[in-house]
Design a binder for this molecule. Structure first.
Ligand SMILES: *Cc1c(COP(=O)(O)O)cnc(C)c1O
Length: 419
């Protein structure tokens, strides 16, 4: 009698699975070596498991009791806002779980058209188009709009999705130094020989909370006949007097041509992204943009949540204003205590520490005290610029903020960061 093992092995050989599995052994060896390099470099990313809703107070697997959360992009606290959740439930009930289709085949509901109109109104632009994410919006725009006759000028620290989108596009590429207007101007001069010039920048850069000098960028764009595109993921909903974003904050809403942003941060935090701007741009994206054409329609509950988030923001600017006052409370107390907080007046508050080990150890010590913050180090940020990134939300109470500052004081003393 043959054993089942021998039979199984023979069967595998016959069907070719045996050969495939030696390829798999090889792949495993290659990947294990790469994973080991990531561990060795100290850049391994562990995912903490949350067992509650997203919010200022969360439960985390392995930690006792409620944790104070300072590392979500939930700037306005809308991810778990009762009215946002209710709108999602109603949309689920009325419009179903999803469309099982892309937009142009049979995936467009009035719900989607209404949200696009609302987004355009919110940003005071002509039209808007939804994507499954802002990553997709960034991946899909440049290739669709620009050709080898054109030029794209991109800040070197733009978000990864912009970098990928620029890679896919066939325009002539210029990468200017971070926020450096002199370098941008030099590159605009070089790019005069092309048909269209598009300047591309994050409105706010997420690692430092620094804000692009949009007024000066718009001045240059007008001097050198260029267009301006901004990625507003860390600005939409809360920057500027009415939360319209960096362009509102800096008084250049009419001078910035195209805005990409996300529904996955301040605007309810579910998922989705969009482009808003001139109608011709949006019309072309509906015809040509690959992540739009070849990926599923945004699910109705997600659309319902985002739509309600925008209603709340358009009804009143109190949520956006609350956000600003909480940010000031944190930044002023921390600065007074002797910490260096990077960036402009933004709810992204990088507590600058320098050393990578110090940043990760202090973040662990903070978690021991019930405060969830994350240390960032090379290669996410430059060497010797390690920091703990704190993100303030409108839903933090004053006591939440004071508790966070108090924990920083204790941990900062312990490690000799402050006197
Ligand atoms: C988060 C983020 C994105 C990606 O947004 P998603 O909707 O999550 O894909 C794009 N650009 C910037 C600047 C971001 O911070």
């Amino acid at each position: 009698m043959l054993s089942w093992r021998v039979v199984a092995a023979a069967a595998r050989r016959l069907s070719g699975i045996g050969r495939a599995s030696s390829a798999l052994v090889q792949l495993n060896a290659v990947l294990e070596a790469e994973l080991e390099r990531i561990r060795g470099a100290g850049t391994w990313k562990n995912e903490r498991v949350i067992t509650s809703r997203q919010g200022p107070h969360i439960n985390v697997q392995g930690s006792e009791g409620a944790i104070l959360n300072f590392c979500a992009n939930n700037y306005l606290g809308l991810s778990s806002h009762p009215a946002v959740i209710q709108a999602g439930i109603e949309a689920l009930d009325q419009y179903g779980a999803g469309l099982s289709s892309v937009r142009f085949i049979c995936g467009t509901q009035n719900l989607h058209k209404n949200l696009e109109a609302k987004i355009a109104k919110f940003h005071k632009r002509e039209d808007a188009i939804l994507y499954a994410s802002c990553f997709d919006a960034n991946a899909g725009i440049f290739e669709a709009m620009l050709t080898p006759d054109d030029a794209i000028l991109s800040d070197e620290l733009n978000h990864a999705s912009i970098i990928d989108g620029v890679r896919l596009c066939k325009a002539n590429k210029y990468r200017y130094k971070h926020l450096n207007l002199g370098d941008l101007e030099a590159k605009l001069k070089e790019a005069q020989k092309y048909r269209i010039r598009l300047i591309v920048t994050d409105g706010v850069f997420s690692m430092d909370g620094d804000v692009a000098p949009l007024k000066e960028i718009c001045d240059l764009s007008e001097k050198y006949n260029a267009l301006v595109f901004i990625d507003e993921c860390h600005a939409t909903g809360f920057l500027g007097p009415n939360g319209r974003g960096t362009d509102e904050l800096l008084g250049v809403m009419e001078r910035v041509h195209i805005v990409n942003s996300t529904l996955g941060k301040a605007l309810g935090g579910a998922a989705g992204g969009y482009t808003t701007g001139p109608k011709a741009v949006v019309d072309l994206l509906r015809q040509r943009s690959r992540p739009y054409l070849f990926s599923n329609t945004l699910p109705p509950p997600v659309v319902g949540c985002a739509s309600k988030a925008l209603d709340l923001l358009m009804d009143s600017n109190t949520i956006a204003q609350t956000m600003a006052s909480k940010t000031r409370r944190f930044r002023s107390q921390m600065t007074a205590a002797g910490f260096t907080i990077g960036g402009a007046d933004h709810p992204i508050c990088p507590v600058m520490l320098g050393d990578a080990w110090l940043a990760s150890t202090m973040a662990e010590d903070m978690l021991q005290r019930g405060i969830y913050v994350i240390g960032f180090s090379y290669p996410v940020v430059p060497k010797d610029k390690a920091r703990i990134r704190v993100q303030i939300s409108a839903s933090h109470s004053d006591e939440d903020i004071d508790r966070c500052v108090q924990a920083f004081l204790e941990v900062g003393h312990k490690h000799g960061v402050i006197q």
